[in-house]
Design a binder for this molecule. Structure first.
Ligand SMILES: O=C(O)c1ccccc1NCC(=O)[C@H](O)[C@H](O)COP(=O)(O)O
Length: 223
């Protein structure tokens, strides 16, 4: 886990795949650092087919959670249009997006998370052209679905990570396996991204389970 200036380990957390208005506001009371919205039509968590016009309003100033738009191989203009409509602070890219697209989104003022799917092995050299243009890499489980599988990957592959760029860990994270993240303390792992293991049904998050997660995160960050 990343150490800050005081040499204290802190963990950021993101809840992804939200859609229901009440559920969103319930989860926001737990103050996650990031909340993700899936802008990929094939996903069961896709938000556009539901009434999410409430996202067209800015959140009140006392909500610090950043809004993350999650895209897969989308046109730049489409990303920008949705980013404006839903007030995204962060753009998360799950497909074959180029470093040039990341650069362009950064230049427009967005934080950029570039996602790479991992299974049993990964060539970390492919990250190099992206390093200057992303805030975090996000490592998720490789899948034709591009994300939200609820499956973990072999975190041992991350032992070959040789960059100083911080990354977020994702893919099937649950209250059970999350404790093992401390095994990555020697790596620049900035935080975690949770989704289907905290769901009652697609996109509907279990607030009780997320409360337990937030308490675990706080217990680390308050040390
Ligand atoms: O959640 C989805 O349905 C999804 C579909 C396509 C691309 C990305 C998607 N989710 C993005 C996320 O950041 C998820 O949190 C991440 O893939 C981990 O999900 P899970 O394995 O369910 O914890």
């Amino acid at each position: 886990m990343i150490k800050d200036k005081q040499n204290i380990k802190t963990v950021s957390w993101k809840v992804c795949g939200m859609r229901d208005q009440k559920n969103i506001y319930d989860v926001l009371t737990l103050e996650p650092d990031y909340m993700g919205f899936i802008m990929y039509p094939p996903s069961s968590r896709f938000i556009e087919r539901e009434d999410v016009s409430f996202l067209e309003e800015k959140w009140s100033n006392d909500i610090q959670t950043k809004r993350v738009g999650v895209f897969v191989n989308e046109e730049k203009q489409t990303i920008l249009d949705f980013a404006k409509k839903y007030h995204f602070d962060v753009i998360q890219l799950h497909g074959k997006e180029t470093p040039e697209l990341c650069q362009s989104l950064k230049e427009k003022g967005f934080e950029v998370f570039k996602v790479f799917g991992i299974k049993d092995e990964f060539n970390f050299e492919v990250l190099k052209p992206y390093e200057a243009f992303v805030d975090y890499f996000l490592f998720d489980t490789k899948s034709p679905k591009h994300g939200g599988t609820g499956e973990t990957f072999d975190w041992g592959v991350l032992e070959q990570y040789n960059s100083t760029k911080p990354f977020l860990l994702s893919g099937g994270l649950s209250l059970e396996n999350i404790k093992n993240i401390r095994k990555l303390d020697h790596l620049p792992c900035k935080g975690i991204d949770v989704n289907s293991k905290f769901e009652i049904s697609p996109a509907l998050k279990d607030v009780e389970q997320l409360t337990s997660l937030s308490e675990w995160v706080k217990s680390i960050n308050d040390k």
